[in-house]
Design a protein around this ligand. Structure first.
Ligand code: PRT
Ligand code: ZN
Length: 285
């Protein structure tokens, strides 16, 4: 049987989340032993540990069949691979920043200025789209210090909390790209490998859905049931069981994390009592 080769980041911000996701999918493999490749015990898969910048290239060339990489790295690489899905971790943005003491009104003010970045392609296409010409200086690390050492007037770099910009006396002025980790695949996967990939994606979706949802159990007076059920659509519709106590029912459903607290308040206002919320391990529709 063929094995699906998955490339993940060896060491860095996406490593732990990538490994956790694979484990959550019920796939286990030997703990990192410094090896480049390892085989999963219980799934037809090999895992390749690489620098994130190499992942799009390896997947395009078929050295790896699939990979987990930041959209920022993927788009900058310009490689031809298919995006299977967004995976929800590694969220960040690519932004333009200028020294805090500079007045900035709009992008046109960067005309003719020097901008330091590790993302020249994404930046260039953004500037072209907005008809601004600037001088792009490509640097591979510590981009945020470029303005203070006189190397550039502005920078274009990855931001997540903004604290790196802050501590370097910079302010974020434009967001040019929103990014998160994505699952990518080679464009010519064999039918057999595609089948393994489908199984993996099915598991990943169940894991993701479980992370975004909670199981909820509550007691409701029968007089409020209609209102409470309308607040809890669940997957199909909530399960309602009579309680031993006359005139009361127990309601079971699934609730999303997004509007969680709002929903809980509405349920309480509608008369729900003894609300119990539990994590879901896997959720399969
Ligand atoms: O060694 P290798 O080449 O594999 O790793 P790397 O050093 O190139 O990448 P790594 O591990 O730093 O990041 C991997 C991926 O994580 C990136 O490609 C992004 O998709 C994603 N990611 C999410 C981030 C951040 N958040 C992030 N905050 N990548 C980098 N940063 C850096 C940023 O460059 C800046 O220096 O963190 C700093 C800003 O963070 P804040 O929180 O201060 O704003
Ligand atoms: Zn890298």
């Amino acid at each position: 049987m063929q094995k699906l080769k998955l490339a993940i980041q060896k060491k860095g911000r996406l490593s732990d989340d990538s490994i956790n996701l694979i484990n959550e999918c019920g796939i286990s493999f030997p703990k990192s032993s410094g090896k480049l490749v390892t085989a999963a015990y219980d799934f037809p898969m090999e895992i390749l540990f690489l620098r994130d910048d190499d992942i799009p290239d390896y997947v395009q060339d078929g050295v790896a069949d699939i990979g987990i990489v930041g959209e920022n790295v993927l788009v900058e690489s310009g490689k031809n691979v298919d995006v299977v899905s967004q995976i929800g971790f590694g969220k960040c943005r690519l932004s333009l920043a200028v020294p805090r003491n500079i007045t900035y009104n709009n992008l046109k003010e960067l005309e003719g200025k020097a901008i330091a970045t590790s993302y020249p392609k994404i930046l260039q296409s953004y500037l072209e789209q907005h008809q601004v010409q600037a001088d792009i200086h490509v640097i591979s690390g510590s981009v945020e210090i470029a303005p203070s050492i006189g190397l550039a007037d502005a920078i274009c770099d990855i931001v997540s909390t903004g604290s790196t910009l802050l501590s370097n006396g910079l302010k974020e002025v434009e967001t040019i790209f929103q990014s998160q980790a994505v699952l990518i695949k080679n464009q010519q996967l064999s039918a057999e490998k595609n089948e393994i990939l489908n199984q993996l994606v099915f598991r990943m979706e169940a894991v993701r859905r479980a992370q975004k949802n909670k199981y909820i159990l509550l007691n409701a007076p029968n007089a409020s049931l209609e209102k409470i059920i309308s607040l809890l659509p669940g997957i199909n519709s909530p399960t309602v069981q009579a309680l031993a106590k006359e005139g009361w029912s127990s309601v079971h459903s699934v609730i999303t994390e997004k509007d969680f607290w709002e929903k809980i308040q509405q349920l309480k206002d509608a008369g729900a009592e003894g609300i119990l919320v539990m994590p879901i391990e896997k959720l399969i529709y």
